[in-house]
Design a binder for this molecule. Structure first.
Ligand SMILES: N[C@@H](CCC[C@H](N)C(=O)O)C(=O)O
Length: 357
């Protein structure tokens, strides 16, 4: 069903307290959103959800908010090609403000805000500008998130009121990651070096090429898949073909059936993300992803990077390649000189909000 147009009715917020608005959605309880932006710069142009925004009701007094303030989480929902995240300003502490159990509830698409994960913007460590942590929608904590780090860069720029091109050093579970906001608003990310040694991915599949698992057979659900395993900080299993089918037709896959069987396969001791890839040319592929801890998502940044690395190792694609995902394309480049993978793509605000934890 097409989204109903967002209607805005905003009163002038006072200078002392941030703007607070009641959000009604036909299928959920009302909740309140507030602008994190300066009062004179409303950010609601970016609201795309099917909901209406009304001026605060008289019945809702600031004092009632204050009493509950300790249990309120302010957030900004972002997405990168439809891979969506609840972004939390956690710059005051290295302890996440949300528990994994709360993250599961917040990510629920029926009973919560709805997202693929919750991302925390934290103080930097070891000389970095910031640290990023993330909980998947099942409450597990991955090492890295490619779409998430593009959202992270835009979120930080918003919090710090930075305009124009910006670069940040971010400490993640996958080490140092450097996103750069470009003039066009897209974010180019230095995703670092891919990890290929089987035991480091990790996978129990035996390495067949300098310790890496490249184009080996893996039986899943009775089919012999040809897989390559790559870690971009988090584990990925990439498949372009089966022994029966040389070029996958990814639209035909029953992702919800086959995805979990890869994710929980005994060959992946830390579970795995899985990318199913259809090759169009040496510089253009299309993928669908089943994410560890989040299921089928519209995009996966680390996955797209892993796909290009795997495609180069298997000899299917060049080092610079466009990857189409259900939510849109990402530009990926695996540079020969520094062995780093670079990812370029968008990151957008969806809405601002507050919830009771
Ligand atoms: N969507 C992300 C990856 C998020 C983490 C993943 N689910 C995992 O558990 O490794 C991306 O854009 O990279």
């Amino acid at each position: 069903m097409a989204a109903a147009p967002t209607s805005l009715s905003l009163s002038s917020p006072s200078r002392r307290s941030p703007a607070l608005f009641r959000v009604s959605h036909p299928q959920s309880k009302p909740y309140f959103i507030r602008s994190l932006a300066p009062p004179r710069r409303p950010r609601f142009r970016a609201i795309t959800a099917s909901m209406s925004v009304e001026a605060p009701e008289k019945a809702f007094q600031a004092s009632s908010l204050d009493r509950k303030e300790s249990g309120i989480l302010h957030f900004v929902k972002y997405h990168g090609l439809g891979n969506d995240f609840i972004m939390v300003d956690n710059r005051g502490s290295l302890e996440p403000r949300v528990t994994p159990e709360q993250a599961v509830r917040l990510c629920d698409r029926n009973f919560g805000i709805g997202a693929d994960g919750v991302i925390f913007a934290m103080p930097g460590v070891d000389g970095t500008d910031y640290s990023m942590r993330i909980f998947n929608s099942d409450g597990s904590e991955p090492e890295m998130c490619g779409n998430g780090i593009r959202c992270f860069a835009r979120f930080i720029a918003e919090l710090d009121k930075l305009c124009g091109p910006q670069s940040f050093t971010i400490h993640t579970g996958a080490g140092l990651i450097v996103p750069t906001i470009q003039n066009d608003g897209k974010v180019r990310v230095d995703m670092g070096k891919p990890v290929l040694r089987a035991s480091d991915v990790p996978t129990k599949l035996p390495g067949n090429k300098d310790g890496a698992v490249v184009g080996v057979q893996l039986v899943v659900d009775g089919t012999e898949w040809i897989v390559t395993c790559v870690s971009m900080g988090n584990p990925h299993c990439i498949t372009f073909s089966t022994t029966e089918c040389k070029v996958l037709q990814v639209d035909d896959l029953k992702l919800a059936d086959i995805g979990p069987k890869f994710e929980h396969h005994e060959m992946f001791p830390s579970r795995t993300n899985t990318e199913f890839v259809q090759i169009f040319s040496r510089s253009h592929v299309k993928m669908r992803v089943w994410e560890r801890g989040a299921g089928a998502t519209l995009a996966c940044g680390t996955g797209a990077c892993a796909v290009v690395v795997a495609g180069v190792l298997e000899g299917h694609v060049d080092r610079k390649c466009k990857v189409d995902l259900p939510g849109g394309p990402l530009e990926i480049e695996w540079e020969e000189g520094d062995n780093h993978v670079y990812m370029t793509g968008p990151a957008e605000v969806v809405f601002y909000g507050s919830v009771l934890l």
